[in-house]
Design a protein around this ligand. Structure first.
Ligand code: ADP
Length: 927
């Protein structure tokens, strides 16, 4: 920056030819240099640090200085900068105007601008310039109010002004340090005065008050031996430290300090250091050059330390900045490269775009509160780092929110006739269910909209509960979704997890809406009677909240955390028994029970549905196989005696698989090898053909059948009663009847389980005689209800025996054993009382009951008969066992009357109130 004007002739000549100080201050090269390099608006302190002109400092005559000593007095100096034309020697200035300096003393050789507003003072200074005596004394102010305050003030000039305004004469004098500098007034421009330090002065007396002028003594350095090793060493140490300092500042970097003599070096070092005013004044006042060098060394060492700290701070800040910046730049570059290559668009904006597109399509239908949440999260996504886990969570959440079918309702079928046709197409019978669905459609068509409902289909397995659910969806033209809640104990499966959990997901209902894409699907909730018990939260009440038409218009899934409308959903639940369905749920359901099928119904289902479907599914053409009704009947009677048709279906599939293999084998033996076979898959046929490793074609497909049709005329396979065993093995059941003629003590009862209705024998036998201590032992996996029934039966039987045959003390004197066979099936329920009493009486009277009789009903201690459940199921089960006469409680007459004719057909049914009536029916026959 600012060039130091060296004291060597060469440099002086080069830098500063011969200005006349004061003649034209503005045009002095020094001034020009200053104004160019520093600018006058800079702070004066800064200037004072920057401006140093060693050749103008007074080379205070050193007594020991010799000719080679660069320390020459200014009078002898070849420098023409200041005094070439002056006639007065510096020593002549014994009285000078005193200028106060607030911040820093002026070292000989330095420039310093000060700002003088005081008119008298500036005129006096101008006057002295005019008189070719442009010198004044510059003295640092002591620490007083004015100068301490000045820390807040930014410029030396202003502070000088303040002090001058406040204090005058003696007062001002007292505030100034005694030791100061003889300063050459280099120029005056307006109120700005440029001073150049020349030599040290000490005030001895005051001469005038305003402007303050003082008498001064020119003070000289103490004599020293410049060859002294210690002072030399100090000098070099200052020199090398100074070099370190200069390296760190561009301001003085080009300074040639090698030419400085001892005192110049000390002054220069102190002048450029950032030391405070006291330290600087200390250096100025020190006349022992060695000590001065030491003081300066101290200041410079400090400066080096400060510079080091500064540099390291700057470095760390810079490193930090450059590290972050580097990353940002590299990331941007990577993005740009990827974009250019089309490898990947910016993930954030790609996702945002995707979500925005989704909501744009559906904007009018999405509820406002949902739109708000979506928008909030879209903004949040922009702020998140794509690598953060929060980003993934937000992304998933937005994915769910935007993918749901808000307000999207599919057109429904309100055409009852069309719906009826579809329902009949899919299922045989089930008129109750079909009727209920048609009613639902009728209401919908009258209202113009359909409302949410809960239908519960209850019945044994395989009666078509699930498949009718699917068929309802088809008839209504709604989407279908099925999920099972059997054993479900985690409420979150229904309500969703809160998003704070890792891997959180919405509940099944929301998943369903996403899958189907409409707000009005049919949701089939399977096995609602087997709903588990939750450890935290009750799944039943969660389900209730979901299904209840009163509440589900504002269903809140924990994951979504916004309300969603489920009121358009038609819920269909399935259950084997309704007893275990939680009460509050059951209350809101419309239960339709599917009791099971009688043989005749099964025959229809098998012939018209199961056989046809299986035939198609196996890729066999209907004309290739024939199944006789007799075969189907035998299948139903002897292979799958069940309430539903599931195992019937399985057996039919088994037969058809075997036929398929047979057909394929037949073809394989007649087809020419290496025939290329088309293996394309069509909707109705499955690929069953492949070319074997040897190149011969193995036919396994109907497509092959098509190809080879002309060549092979397959024989039609007939399934008859006679060859059924070839496909299915020996019949599983011969008859449900263990006894052709029921022995004494054995009676057939009717039971109703989750598998449908069934028949069961109750057997009693004599164990031993016990005098007046008749007892009953019970076995057969009975539950507590049945055990109690047995005890009651024993008591009632003894009473009846006493009435009927008072002499017959068999029951009173015997230990008996009552057993209910039927494998290991646990049995319970209040409907076996009558059967047990009858069995006991039969044993006591040694008379078997009427042939082909079955009964059901619970008895009170007084012999009254209580109603039972599952009349249809029990009737069907009784028919399966060729029972001819059934005894039901009187209260169940209505249930029986409502049964379809084909179920009631050919049965001799009796309804009873009192056990007495059963006694008559069971034993009142002639041998
Ligand atoms: P569930 O759900 O009651 O256990 P499914 O719905 O699984 O029974 O039915 C088993 C099979 O029986 C299905 O293939 C179904 O089509 C068939 N099925 C049941 N009832 C009928 C029926 N009435 N008409 C035609 N097929 C039926």
């Amino acid at each position: 920056m600012l060039k130091l004007l060296s004291s060597t002739a060469h440099t002086i000549h080069h830098a500063n030819p011969s200005p006349r100080v004061g003649s034209n201050p503005i045009k002095t090269p020094l001034f020009n240099a200053l104004s160019q390099l520093t600018g006058w608006n800079r702070s004066s302190q800064e200037l004072s640090r920057r401006a140093f002109c060693s050749n103008q400092s007074d080379a205070a005559a050193d007594p020991k200085s010799d000719a080679s000593n660069p320390e020459v007095s200014d009078t002898k100096s070849s420098s023409a900068v200041v005094v070439s034309t002056t006639t007065t020697s510096l020593d002549d200035y014994q009285t000078v105007i005193a200028l106060p300096l607030p911040k820093k003393p002026l070292f000989p050789g330095f420039y310093m601008p000060i700002y003088v507003k005081d008119r008298k003072l500036i005129e006096a200074l101008q006057e002295s310039m005019r008189r070719q005596t442009p010198y004044a004394g510059a003295f640092l102010l002591k620490d007083d109010e004015a100068s301490t305050d000045s820390s807040s003030s930014s410029s030396t000039t202003c502070e000088t002004e303040n002090v001058l305004e406040k204090f005058k004469g003696k007062e001002l004098l007292n505030r100034m340090h005694e030791v100061g500098t003889l300063a050459q007034i280099s120029s005056i421009q307006g109120e700005q005065v440029i001073l150049i330090g020349r030599r040290r002065l000490r005030i001895t007396d005051m001469v005038s008050e305003d402007p303050l002028s003082v008498k001064v003594e020119h003070i000289k350095n103490k004599a020293y031996d410049k060859d002294d090793d210690v002072i030399k060493a100090t000098y070099f140490e200052v020199m090398s430290t100074l070099r370190d300092v200069l390296k760190t500042t561009s301001l003085w970097r080009d300074q040639h300090i090698g030419d400085f003599n001892y005192q110049h070096l000390a002054d220069f070092g102190a002048g450029i250091s950032g030391a405070n005013k006291h330290e600087n004044q200390g250096v100025l006042e020190e006349l022992d050059v060695h000590k001065r060098l030491e003081l300066t060394l101290d200041l410079l060492k400090k400066e080096v330390e400060v510079n080091k700290i500064q540099a390291s701070i700057a470095k760390t800040v810079e490193e930090k900045f450059s590290g972050e910046r580097r990353q940002i730049v590299l990331k941007e570059q990577l993005k740009a490269i990827k974009k250019e290559l089309g490898v990947e668009t910016d993930s954030k904006s790609a996702f945002s775009e995707k979500f925005k597109e989704r909501i744009e399509v559906n904007k009018d239908k999405i509820p406002k509160h949902v739109l708000k949440v979506i928008e909030e999260h879209l903004t949040k996504l922009q702020l998140l780092e794509p690598t953060s886990s929060e980003f993934d969570v937000t992304l998933n959440y937005l994915d769910w929110l935007t993918v749901l079918p808000w307000g999207n309702i599919s057109d429904e079928n309100f055409d009852v006739l069309k719906a009826e046709k579809i329902l009949d197409e899919d299922h045989y019978g089930l008129s109750d269910v079909k009727e209920r669905i048609l009613e639902f459609i009728a209401v919908g068509s009258l209202r113009g909209t359909s409302q949410g409902k809960i239908i519960c289909l209850s019945g044994p397995p395989g009666v078509g509960k699930t498949s009718i659910g699917r068929s309802i969806a088809r008839a209504l033209d709604r989407k279908f979704f099925r999920f099972s809640v059997g054993g479900l104990s985690d409420v979150a499966e229904i309500n969703g997890h809160r998003r704070t959990y890792i891997g959180a997901m919405p509940g099944k209902l929301v998943q369903c809406l996403k899958t189907v894409g409409t707000e009005n699907p049919i949701i089939l909730i399977d096995e609602i009677d087997k709903l588990g018990k939750g450890h935290s939260g009750d799944p039943a009440s969660a389900l209730l909240e979901v299904m209840d038409p009163e509440q589900n218009a504002n269903f809140r899934d924990h994951y979504l955390d916004v309300t969603i409308d489920l009121s358009k959903v038609l819920f269909v639940c399935t259950a084997n028994v309704i007893d275990t369905i939680p009460k509050p749920l059951l209350d809101r359901m419309e239960v339709i029970s599917l009791a099971g099928y009688i043989t005749d119904e099964k025959l229809h289902i098998a012939r018209d549905f199961l056989v046809k479907n299986t035939c198609r599914d196996c890729g066999i053409k209907p004309e290739q196989v024939g199944v006789s009704d007799a075969a189907l009947l035998s299948l139903i009677e002897n292979y799958c005696r069940e309430a539903g048709v599931r195992s019937l279906h399985k057996n039919i599939e088994k037969i058809y698989r075997k036929i398929a293999l047979k057909l394929v084998r037949q073809r394989a033996s007649t087809v020419v090898p290496a025939v290329s076979v088309d293996v394309t898959d069509t909707e109705d046929t499955k690929p069953l053909a492949k070319t074997s490793a040897e190149g011969s074609t193995v036919l396994t497909d109907e497509s092959a059948t098509k190809t080879e049709q002309s060549e092979v005329v397959a024989e039609k396979v007939m399934i008859e009663e006679s060859n059924l065993a070839d496909y299915l093995g020996k019949p599983v059941f011969h008859s449900d009847k263990i006894y052709e003629k029921t022995p004494v003590g054995v009676v057939m009862g009717l039971a109703w389980t989750s598998m449908g209705g069934s028949t069961l024998y109750i057997e009693t036998t004599f164990v031993e005689e016990v005098e007046r201590k008749g007892r009953l032992r019970i076995t057969g996996q009975l539950g507590s209800v049945m055990k109690e029934s047995a005890q009651i039966a024993h008591t009632v039987a003894r009473r009846i025996m006493l009435e009927k045959e008072p002499d017959n003390l068999f029951l009173a004197n015997s230990k008996l054993h009552l057993h209910v066979p039927e494998g290991a099936t646990p049995k319970d329920g209040p409907s076996a009382g009558c059967t047990m009493i009858t069995s006991l009486l039969s044993l006591a009277m040694k008379k078997p009951v009427r042939k082909d009789l079955a009964m059901t009903g619970e008895v009170t201690l007084t012999g009254r008969i209580l109603p039972i459940g599952g009349v249809k199921e029990k009737t069907i089960a009784a028919r399966r066992c060729q029972v001819k006469m059934i005894i039901f409680p009187e209260a169940n007459r209505k249930d029986f009357d409502e049964l379809p004719e084909n179920v009631k057909e050919g049965l001799d049914v009796h309804f009873v109130d009192e056990y007495e009536q059963i006694f008559e029916l069971a034993f009142g026959y002639d041998h």
